[in-house]
Design a protein. Structure first.
Length: 548
């Protein structure tokens, strides 16, 4: 029954579409229920940082385009009251756009698979495999730039395929718009155009499209969509370009000057890990099996060219910069369609032994992914096991759990906000006005601002502590660039060393050394300092502007 051989063609298509609709609706509803009633996870530092951006809407920001801030603001405006009613906080409202993007991603992958492989069965299993994969689950639950990025990239794949193979002018325009919006989410989307151009260049039957007006219309629309980023950077000393260049490994100001010979091994190892081994191997096998020199189907060639170049670009850049494991995630979108086709060929193989091996491997991978996904949503259920592993890795570190449980980064912030509010109230009673709040790095102010009462503005002392610059250095006024406006004020600073704080405050007192625990397990530690009589710091002692 599942292979559709006993069903007429019409019923076969209806069956798989019904299964697909049930899968997408079920997964999306479960994610909504989890955010509204089950989640114990606070916002991650990245999420809180983007939420802080959403309070200050602009055409672009220090390190990213504006789209993630825009959609978070939309989510809070539309669902903030509902989130407060259900959970007592706006966390659900902040993350709901990610759930929407996740549902649209699954739908786009289905449409792309049907368009290119013309198989409803393959499309269903394609979406099923992606819904099980932890990395795609995370971008469908946590609101980072990857949430809209992967959604828009995939819909651009759908529109781009239609533009090439059906020649519809509106599809070229839509493709350009989707790519442009994707760049507003994540600059990596520019690689979509690069991969698209390579497909046309190396596919003789479609090479003439490179010289036709439709292709350049698409490119022009994509470029026009990026004008907000260019305009904002032109008025802000091109800080985004400096920041991205540093991350990409471009040698600047003494950084990225050597060759990281082990970089490619680290890169491939990271990709192997985030794809649970099996999916990475299956993707690599699909890239080899369906390579253009062997495969004659232009639709499969399209999927191949829209996958491997992105992976290769980051592989090459790993010689210069470490990067992050999620950077090449777009490579696995069109690649996963070919991967699914390769897997289904293996499980349907005429060779009994090979077929059995393929089915066992697939079953084990799906089971492992399902267990990891469930555990990821509530790691406290497996904490004894994680704790034992953590202690074996580093027994002398009381916070070793953070090494094996990435959700520790999403825990304790709401409680920290309550502790800071107690200190704020104490100072307000003593001095008659609310203190100014600050943190030592870019990843702290958003968390404090979100979880403290009244969502106060929180500043960043990163430049004083030798950290890199961030959006907080651009927003004005701020205590680093406009020190005279804050002279004599009292601050509450979370983290940072006493010695460093005394260099720009007259009096520094430790209000609380706060350890957040769940049960008897320490998860995180923050120091809360009361810093009075702010006197600023000579600008010559501030870290150089090149520290992007």
């Amino acid at each position: 029954m599942l292979d559709g051989t006993s069903l007429p063609a019409t019923e076969h298509k209806r069956f798989w579409r019904s299964m697909l609709a049930l899968l997408i609706v079920s997964v999306t509803v479960l994610r909504f229920i989890y955010l509204g009633w089950c989640s114990s996870l606070d916002l991650a530092p990245d999420e809180a940082h983007y939420w802080d951006w959403s309070r200050n809407l602009d055409w672009s920001y220090y390190s990213k385009g504006p789209l993630v801030a825009w959609i978070i603001r939309l989510g809070v405006e539309l669902f903030g009251p509902l989130s407060l009613a259900l959970t007592g906080a706006e966390t659900m409202a902040v993350r709901l756009p990610a759930v929407f993007c996740g549902g649209m991603l699954m739908l786009a992958l289905y449409v792309l698979t049907v368009q290119t492989l013309r198989s409803e069965r393959t499309a269903f299993f394609m979406v099923l495999f992606v819904s099980l994969c932890p990395i795609f689950n995370s971008v469908s639950m946590l609101i980072t730039i990857d949430s809209p990025f992967v959604c828009l990239w995939t819909w651009a794949l759908v529109a781009g395929h239609r533009a090439i193979f059906r020649g519809e002018r509106w599809a070229w325009c839509l493709t350009g718009l989707l790519v442009g919006l994707g760049i507003l989410a994540k600059y990596t989307t520019a690689l979509w155009l690069f991969s698209f151009g390579l497909f046309l260049l190396f596919t003789p039957a479609y090479r003439p499209l490179l010289f036709q007006s439709r292709f350049w219309l698409m490119t022009s629309i994509a470029f026009a969509s990026c004008l907000p980023i260019l305009w904002w950077n032109a008025t802000h000393d091109w800080v985004t370009f400096r920041h991205v260049a540093g991350q990409a490994g471009v040698p600047t100001a003494g950084r990225n000057v050597g060759i990281r010979w082990l970089g490619p091994l680290e890169y491939i190892g990271g990709q192997f890990a985030i794809l649970i081994g099996y999916w990475f191997v299956a993707w690599a096998c699909a890239m080899f099996t369906f390579r253009p020199t062997r495969e004659t189907d232009p639709s499969k060639n399209y999927l191949w060219w829209m996958s491997l170049p992105t992976f290769t670009v980051f592989l090459i850049s790993s010689f210069k910069a470490g990067g992050q494991v999620n950077w090449p995630v777009a490579a696995y979108l069109s690649g996963s369609v070919l991967m699914t086709a390769w897997i289904l060929q293996a499980v349907d193989s005429a060779s009994i032994s090979y077929r059995r091996l393929a089915r066992v491997g697939l079953s084990m991978a799906c089971t492992l992914c399902l267990l990891l996904t469930v555990a990821m949503h509530e790691t406290r259920n497996v904490r004894p096991l994680l704790r034992e592993v953590a202690v074996r890795l580093q027994a002398d570190d009381p916070y070793s759990l953070r090494r094996v449980d990435p959700t520790c980064r999403l825990r304790g912030w709401s409680t920290l906000g309550q502790e800071i509010d107690i200190v704020r109230q104490q100072i307000e009673r003593e001095e008659g006005r609310d203190p100014i709040l600050a943190g030592p790095g870019w990843n702290m102010p958003g968390e404090i601002g979100f979880y403290c009462k009244g969502h106060p503005q929180v500043f960043c002392f990163g430049a004083f502590f030798g950290g890199r610059h961030s959006q907080y250095d651009i927003w004005r006024p701020n205590p680093v660039a406009d020190q005279n406006l804050y002279i004599g004020r009292t601050f509450v600073v979370v983290n940072g060393s006493e010695a460093s704080l005394r260099s720009f405050f007259g009096d520094v007192v430790l209000a609380k050394d706060f350890i957040y625990r769940e049960g008897n397990v320490p998860i995180a530690n923050w120091t809360i300092w009361i810093c009075r009589n702010y006197r600023g710091l000579e600008t010559s002692n501030v870290s150089p502007r090149e520290n992007y």
